[in-house]
Ligand binder design. Sequence first.
Ligand code: FAD
Length: 386
Amino acid sequence: MKARDDELDEVRALAAKVAAERFGPRAAEMEEMRTPISLEERLYLGELGFLGIVHAPEYGGSGQPLRHALAVIEEFAKVSRPAAFQIFEANTGPAQVVARLGSQEQKERWLPKIVTGELTMAVAISEAEAGSAATDMSTRLSERDGRLVLNGSKRWISNASEAELYLVYCRMSDALGAKGIGAVVVSKDAPGVRFGKPERLMGFRGIPSCEIFFDDVEVPQADVVVPAGSFGKLFETFSIERLGNATMSLAIGQAALDRTVAYVQERTQFGKPLIQFQAVQMQLADMVLAVDSARLLIERAANGLGPGEAPDTLHVSIAKCAANEMAKRVSDWAIQLHGGYGYAEEYGLERLHRDAHGWAIAGGTPAMQRIRIVSEMLGLRFDQRA
Ligand SMILES: Cc1cc2nc3c(=O)[nH]c(=O)nc-3n(C[C@H](O)[C@H](O)[C@H](O)COP(=O)(O)OP(=O)(O)OC[C@H]3O[C@@H](n4cnc5c(N)ncnc54)[C@H](O)[C@@H]3O)c2cc1C
């Protein structure tokens, strides 16, 4: 039997090959046209097993540890974030909530199709007036004439209008703050679901985003995944999504570094390659230090986790904060070291930088991660409203 790391190397190499061959040639065009990957391409990712890496074999997955999924997300995200996004959602995103907190019937209904790519599920937490303060959300599930109906709206939802299913966090009781919040799954074509016009973001192009409106959307009891009172569990599971997010940032930083390493050896000024200048060497070393530190922090949070195990939330917040800020910094330095070429769309570095900003806002900003870091390290709760 092969050692675990050989398997990891193999899956990473396959991911890098598929990403480069299948998505590399179209990455710039998808960005320019803001085109998401097609259903056919999603099914192809499913066929190759990339959408079910962490899911149990009984649902069609391969039951591998989280670090395998993160390696695949990284390789795709270096080349095409829209393609990587599908792998991220299926392995580290809302599907994890279904896998860990859903009923047996819900797992059987949704996971096999998420693993094949027939269905994709987006996560809808943020609202116009509730971002960092997510527990201020007002989208509400209420009982009316013996039926559950959902009313409210969500904003900045990645893959909105494209995904067939939405894990919608909502208020389910009059209990204040987090205590009243749970999550339901809503289908794209359920009566009363409406999508706003596409949000034109600085980056994340090729990953559609828009508002979602819920007007008296009937939710069958069978589609309630997490009842009110389990917000703690929801957010513990969300830490897996945060590791996926940190990995997207890692990929951006690594890609910016790799391209810069090649460029400073090729580009000649004053009669010698840029790498011969000591100031350039210092800058490159800082990029390596930043990327490697973020990588090790992600590995600390993810390595050693068996299938179904949850990461340490303190380690996740540290990794996300470090990786998000690293990607912004390193992609910025990469642009600078490429001079005018770095500023040209054709070189793709400005795209990496624009996407780096998006990952640092999505999933909880670095400021919110810092609050969590101190809170968890000291075992103290800091009331942001007091
Ligand atoms: C590219 C992208 C993709 C996204 N995808 C999704 C998605 O799929 N699903 C989803 O539900 N949401 C998504 N979001 C929304 C995202 O989660 C929120 O934008 C994020 O949580 C921040 O909320 P906000 O935009 O309302 O900013 P605000 O909460 O208004 O924050 C504004 C600034 O104030 C700071 N701040 C806020 N409170 C504090 C505090 N107590 N102490 C110190 N600083 C503070 C923040 O750090 C930030 O810098 C996405 C956002 C982006 C940009």
